[in-house]
Design a protein. Structure first.
Length: 212
């Protein structure tokens, strides 16, 4: 059979079809990740029960509350235990947990609601946040001490190396925390935490609350 050469217009049309087909075959853009919203949950009760939280509220381990390092105080989150599908909504009224890999510290009541005797893998979903609050600033916690003298010693060392450093007293566990830096975004805080972690061990990004 004799083959007829394509006209310039037909050639352009074929090329367009091929191009559109290749574009449609590309993978879909990646969906926004939930970095920081999936991880390990723990819970806390005695001896913290009855002590002041970071929000100023008295901790009641039988209420549905939780501690988180960076979410604004007053935020309501849904905690979904990924291995059994049980969920609970809690209000963030405290700071923590300060253990590598853990993203939220639940009250005893919240842990019981999702049948969590110890720790569990969870996914967090933000339900609501305070309507008004100041500009968020982030720091890196590099140490926590029962006595102020030890905390002050580390603060002086960090101050000499990295500049802005402060002590913050946490009534809930009655410890002195050493915070380094003051960054406008959590991403910049993460970079600083990585640098500090290489020099001082565990380092965590925390939201600097208005009273700190």
């Amino acid at each position: 059979m004799r083959k007829h050469p394509l006209t310039p217009i037909a050639t352009l049309w074929v090329a367009s079809v091929i191009f559109l087909s290749l574009v449609s075959c590309k993978s879909k853009p990646a969906q926004p990740t939930q970095d920081g919203l999936t991880g390990i949950a723990s819970w806390y009760g005695v001896p913290f029960n009855g002590r002041a939280t970071a929000s100023g509220e008295i901790y009641d381990m039988e209420k549905l509350t939780a501690a988180h390092r960076t979410l604004p105080l007053g935020t309501v989150v849904e905690v979904n235990r990924t291995d059994n599908g049980l969920k609970v909504q809690v209000k963030i009224n405290d700071r923590g947990p300060f253990v590598q890999g853990r993203i939220i510290d639940l009250s005893h009541a919240a842990a019981q609601t999702i049948s969590m005797p110890g720790i569990a893998n969870v996914q967090l979903k933000i339900i609501s946040q305070p309507a008004t609050r100041g500009v968020d600033m982030f720091a890196v916690q590099v140490g926590s001490f029962a006595d102020r003298a030890s905390a002050e010693q580390l603060r002086e060392q960090m101050q000499a190396k990295f500049g802005t450093t402060r002590l913050v007293y946490r009534p809930g566990d009655q410890t002195w925390r050493v915070l380094v830096g003051l960054e406008p975004t959590q991403e910049r805080g993460d970079v600083l935490a990585q640098q500090l972690g290489n020099k001082s061990g565990d380092a965590f990004v925390v939201l600097v609350d208005s009273d700190q």
